[in-house]
Design a protein around this ligand. Structure first.
Ligand code: AMP
Ligand code: MG
Length: 399
């Protein structure tokens, strides 16, 4: 049986990076950047006012105080977005607003709150130093500075920055298209009545949400009954239009488990089957030329956990991402945990705002109630007991 790290390495080495495309910036959220971007501009582009107030020559305010204000002549107004042709003397000032370019001949801004208007004179009641209340040219981003790296996943903050640089389209990965196939005679669609022995299918929608959170697109295929022919036909249809296919169920050792056999009959090669983890032992990875098969166990929690540990890195790699591992966040155990088994146990946990870590509830691989409240996984090594108070690293996922 493979250790998780070995399984991850084998999967990642089989992944090919998808082509890139230039996409309008507002549509880039969650996509992976495919070229590093250096800034074509200084931000701000020039020295600009950080306040609503008056642009002045700082030296002219040296002795100013509320009782002995400096008297300056206001020669005009410069709103953000406008240009001017003022000729300024040392005791002149210009009415400015946040974002106004600092008029030539001035070097500081006095806040409106520290002034009084007196006709076309302005009383300045506080001294300012050179460049006080001024945002300096290039202080945020200097022209030529690296602002985003190839392989970064783009989130709203990047979009704000790239937008400020005037980038209309950005080179990002095409999203991987992932076929979702659920197997099992017992599965019923929502809205249909349940007969004895049947359950509502839930993995396909759950996995779809996970795929989308990793930047992928999904194609949901009809449920597959537990038969070799039906499984093969559905898999063939899925591989005809997808970069990879994720199945759920039908990968255990039972007589009704047909995913492996159907895939091999189609010409697919099974790379490995079974990973030393709990939940999730029966996990299949296979290749059909350049396309990939991820055969997840049917138990919903096993499907969730194997997706995060074994499928998520592959989907991110397909998009050229730098960071493939689930991020680990430090936390402190609020209660003891114990793994008596021989496989690493991924416990569903709840990390509180104060960093305390406790079990999210029942840990069996079918138990969805705890999955729905968990916000992290805690990997507990085989035959290990940890006391309350221990500092641990919790694996977290994006929503
Ligand atoms: P299997 O891996 O096919 O042996 O299924 C293991 C368990 O997971 C069984 O209790 C199945 O009923 C359940 N299961 C399998 N597929 C799904 C699914 N798509 N949605 C919800 N439960 C499932
Ligand atoms: Mg089944």
């Amino acid at each position: 049986m493979l250790e998780v790290e070995e399984a991850q390495a084998r999967i990642i080495s089989a992944v090919e990076i998808l082509p890139s495309e230039r996409v309008p910036l507002p549509e880039c959220g969650g996509r992976t950047l495919r070229e590093s971007i250096s800034s074509p501009l200084d931000l701000p582009r020039a020295d600009v006012s950080a306040m609503d107030g008056y642009a002045v020559t700082a030296a002219a305010t040296n002795a100013a105080s509320p009782t002995k204000p400096a008297l300056l002549r206001c020669v005009g107004e410069l709103a953000a977005g406008h240009q001017h042709g003022f000729e300024l003397g040392v005791t002149d000032c210009v009415r400015v607003f946040t974002g106004s370019w600092l008029p030539r001949g001035t070097d500081a801004v006095v806040m409106q709150e520290d002034t009084r208007e007196a006709g076309d004179l302005v009383e300045v009641c506080e001294a300012v130093k050179p460049f006080e209340n001024v945002r300096l040219k290039g202080e945020d981003v200097a022209r030529g500075q690296l602002v985003a790296r190839e392989g970064d996943r783009i989130f709203a903050g990047h979009i704000g920055l790239l937008g400020a640089l005037g980038l209309g389209r950005v080179p990002v990965s095409r999203p991987p298209v992932i076929g979702l196939v659920s197997t099992g005679d017992e599965l019923v669609e929502a809205g249909q009545p349940l007969s004895d022995g049947q359950i509502y299918e839930s993995n396909r929608a759950m996995i779809a949400a996970l795929v989308v959170s990793c930047g992928g697109r999904t194609r949901a295929l009809p449920f597959v009954r537990d038969s070799l022919d039906a499984t093969r036909a559905t898999l063939a249809g899925a591989f005809a239009e997808c970069d990879a296919v994720i199945t759920s169920g039908g990968v255990s050792v039972g007589e009704h488990d047909y995913v492996k056999a159907a895939f091999e009959e189609m010409g697919g090669r099974l790379d490995f089957w079974k990973v030393a983890m709990k939940p999730g032992k029966p996990f299949v990875f296979g290749r059909l030329e350049r396309q990939l098969l991820f055969g997840l166990p049917g138990n919903p929690v096993s499907a969730f956990v194997t997706f995060l540990l074994l499928v998520r890195p592959a989907l991110l790699k397909m998009q050229g991402a730098n960071d493939l591992a689930l991020p680990g966040h430090p936390g402190v155990l609020a209660e003891a945990v114990r793994n008596r088994g021989e496989r690493r146990h991924y416990l569903r946990v709840l990390v509180g705002a104060d960093g305390t870590v406790r079990s999210a509830g029942r840990q069996a691989s079918h138990a969805l109630s705890s999955l729905a409240v968990a916000n992290g996984l805690l990997a507990v090594p085989p035959e290990t007991s940890w006391e309350a108070g221990r500092t641990v690293s919790v694996l977290r996922w994006e929503l």
